[in-house]
Unconditional design. Structure first.
Length: 224
């Protein structure tokens, strides 16, 4: 699964990288946790233009009775996302890019009886996009909450010694297809949800400082 990630790029960098306008001013984030606000890009309905949007991390399906379910739906397995009731409608109609520049994963170390955190990013250190889904949920008072989840897939060769899963990182040439709400066939979308090329990534151990979500400083990504 993916339970923490980073997004430290400036608004102007995001606008250029993802070809989107009206990007909100963003504070660098080095330890984003579930239920917090995350930067995303989506397309609504028949609009062909990309929209920058801050969404809550942790999907709340439109049929949910309350928001408690969101903490259980921070990730969706790519292999079954088109079948699960919580995700299948969003998979067809509401896909998004979740902007990041790195993520954390924990490796169990039985000899030390602890889990060692690792930081994972692209070799160039730049921004990239997780494959995401989004939903709009309305409470009994009519207040709307828009939320999202990250898709995960099998780990690549680099990640496998740490964990058997990794978030889906989309290739830039696949952004348009993933965002297009008119594309709904699983056979077209599933090939995009593959493990990212291991040769284009780097992974290194970091301090257990990242274990606490309250710690959101650049020190979290320093090599330990």
């Amino acid at each position: 699964m993916c339970g923490r990630f980073t997004q430290s790029q400036r608004a102007e960098v995001i606008a250029k990288t993802f070809q989107v306008e009206n990007v909100s001013t963003l504070e660098p984030r080095y330890n984003i946790a579930p239920t917090q606000s995350v930067a995303t890009i989506l397309q609504r309905g028949d609009k062909k233009t990309r929209q920058f949007k801050l969404l809550q991390w942790g999907l709340i399906p439109s049929w949910a009775k309350d928001t408690k379910i969101s903490s259980k739906l921070i990730n969706a397995r790519a292999e079954t996302v088109d079948e699960k009731p919580a995700f299948r409608n969003a998979f067809k109609h509401r896909r998004c890019l979740v902007i990041a520049d790195g993520f954390y994963e924990w490796q169990s170390q039985e000899a030390k009886q602890r889990k060692q955190p690792f930081y994972c990013r692209l070799n160039n250190g730049g921004a990239f996009a997780f494959a995401g889904l989004w939903e709009s949920w309305k409470d009994p008072n009519g207040e709307v909450t828009e939320s999202c989840t990250l898709l995960t897939t099998d780990a690549n060769e680099l990640m496998r010694p740490i964990h058997n899963r990794m978030p889906v990182i989309l290739s830039p040439e696949d952004y348009d297809l993933w965002l297009d709400p008119e594309v709904q066939e699983s056979k077209v979308l599933q090939p995009l949800l593959r493990p990212y090329a291991a040769d284009d990534m780097q992974v290194y151990a970091v301090s257990t400082k990242v274990n606490k979500a309250a710690n959101d400083q650049a020190e979290c990504i320093l090599k330990s």
